[in-house]
Design a protein around this ligand. Structure first.
Ligand code: NAP
Length: 468
């Protein structure tokens, strides 16, 4: 596939192969963009921003609905690309595509309800007989930088609100999995004036700084790892920033919980997309009394996960994004076991595949639970009570989402008050997101919120109008 700059598909002699993590076959190539390409893409977005700024909201909304229609017609092709380039099972790739379409529809709706505010100017002595109100105006150029794990929905969470708020966009997708997003943008471009949406491909290490430091970019919307997010924050200067970063989400299960529901939640939260989800269940914190029974049930459910070819509709878990990622998970689990944790199930690797793994008696200071493992692992930590569970939940640098299973409303309320995370889910795994909810973490998990309405708000600025 090619880059898209100012309505033109751009290729390069220098190319990057995109591999299928299941069999290492080349799915396609993308051009290896350079600094000049970044400049051209940003220049083109900057030149085109007037054409979208001056478009009526009615027309823009119509265009977003039309894009939705065409993407819906081509959704099988795009789901297949997601599956091939990420190794995500086809059933989950289709779910990602469905969610992306929903996200886009929400943006088409939101584009017609961007409101300012009336200010009661006469509440101040100087404001007598003065009218004041705010209008929301676009920022200009939004740079969207996205990760490999949900390559389409995370891109649409940035592109669709940016367009709804009448901005132009430059997308830099993940080098591991750029194809589905490039295909989607090509389709979008067919409905928009040239230059409103542009893509650049190539290594983030090479292109990142050029995007982040450009004076023609008004906002950076980034989803990815904490390290990259920190590097962007240091260099972005006065630009608006949204950073959706890593997580280390705890699932707390108290001794009064509905255990069957909690085990099911742990399984789906730990192994979805082979654990490569920012809001995956990355720590299971169990009250001692139910821990043995929970662990036994968790192992029994984990054994049933169907692993295999991601294109097979029966497959529930595929490979990790590449062998390097699987080797990392293997090392972190082995370190935990060598330091006293007990492997209950799994723990072996074949190429990029890592088994769904349950590991008990994990200590809080272990890397497995202090850092983001990003693999299909269920680490169990045992605690005596809710206070200890909350203390551990808060004891990592992250704060994306957290889940608690209990039948006791007072305990649930205490968890809501005391857990330092962007969302606390009661009787639900943290691996839950609807695309309209305000989504974004505390602490090192990021800055700002996504979720269409909140992202649209963040893609505008307020201008005050005063009438004397
Ligand atoms: P990553 O390595 O940080 O890469 C994300 C994007 O940043 C890629 O497009 C990458 O390009 C680019 N990049 C790399 N270096 C850069 C630089 N110096 N400046 C600007 N951009 C740069 O993350 P990943 O491994 O793809 O994704 C996994 C991470 O994303 C996990 O930590 C996960 O928790 C997080 N995530 C968070 C959320 C959320 O909503 N909070 C959602 C999904 C994932 P290249 O691919 O070319 O290196």
């Amino acid at each position: 596939m090619k880059m898209l700059i100012n309505g033109n598909l751009i290729d390069k002699n220098d190319k990057i192969a995109v591999l299928n993590p299941f069999n290492n076959e080349i799915v396609d190539h993308v051009p290896s963009g350079n600094g000049e390409d970044v400049k051209n893409a940003i220049y083109s977005a900057n030149k085109a921003k007037k054409s979208i700024r001056d478009m009526s909201s009615r027309k823009l909304s119509r265009i977003l609905y039309d894009i939705h229609q065409e993407l819906k017609e081509k959704s099988s092709e795009i789901s297949r690309l997601i599956c091939l380039e990420t190794g995500k099972p086809i059933r989950d790739s289709k779910v990602e595509m469905e969610r992306s379409l929903q996200t886009l529809l929400m943006a088409a709706e939101e584009s017609k309800r961007i409101y300012g505010e009336t200010i009661p100017m006469d509440a101040a002595i100087a404001g007598k007989k003065v009218f004041g109100f705010t209008i929301k105006i676009p920022l200009g150029v939004v740079a969207a930088i996205t990760p490999f794990n949900y390559p389409v929905n995370l891109a649409i969470h940035k592109i669709a609100p940016a367009l709804a708020a009448k901005n132009s966009v430059v997308l830099k997708p993940s080098t591991q999995a750029p194809l589905a997003a490039l295909k989607m943008v090509e389709i979008m471009d067919g409905h928009l004036p040239d230059g409103i949406i542009n893509t650049i491909t190539g290594s983030g290490n090479v292109l990142g700084d050029k995007i982040v430091t450009s004076e023609m970019v008004d906002k950076i919307s980034f989803t990815g790892s904490v390290n990259t997010g920190l590097s962007i924050a240091r260099k972005a200067g006065m630009k608006k920033l949204t950073l959706e970063l890593g997580g280390n989400d705890p699932l707390i299960v108290l001794d009064d919980a509905d255990l069957d529901a909690a085990v099911t939640a742990a399984v789906s939260g730990s192994y979805l997309n082979a654990g490569q989800v920012c809001i995956a269940v990355k720590r299971i914190i169990l009250q001692e009394k139910i821990a043995d029974q929970f662990a036994e049930e968790l192992v029994s459910q984990t054994k049933k996960i169907k692993v295999g070819d991601p294109l097979d509709p029966e497959t529930e878990m595929g490979p990790l994004i590449n062998e390097k990622a699987a080797i990392h998970v293997e090392r972190v689990v082995n370190d935990a076991v060598n330091n006293g944790a007990e492997l209950l199930w799994g723990g072996s690797r074949k190429g990029a595949f890592y088994e769904a793994t349950v590991i008990d008696h994990v200590q809080n200071e272990m890397e497995l639970v202090q850092k983001e493992t990003f693999g299909p692992v269920s680490p169990i930590i045992r605690v005596k009570d809710l206070d200890e569970a909350i203390k551990l939940a808060n004891s990592t640098p992250y704060g994306l989402q957290a889940g608690i299973f209990t039948q006791n409303i007072e305990k649930a309320k205490k968890a809501v008050r005391q857990i330092e995370a962007g969302s606390v889910l009661i009787n639900k795994q943290p691996t839950f997101r609807t695309d309209n909810m305000p989504f974004g973490g505390f602490k090192m998990s990021g800055i700002g919120k996504e979720g269409v309405k909140y992202a649209v708000e963040d893609m505008t600025r307020s201008k005050l109008v005063v009438i004397g």
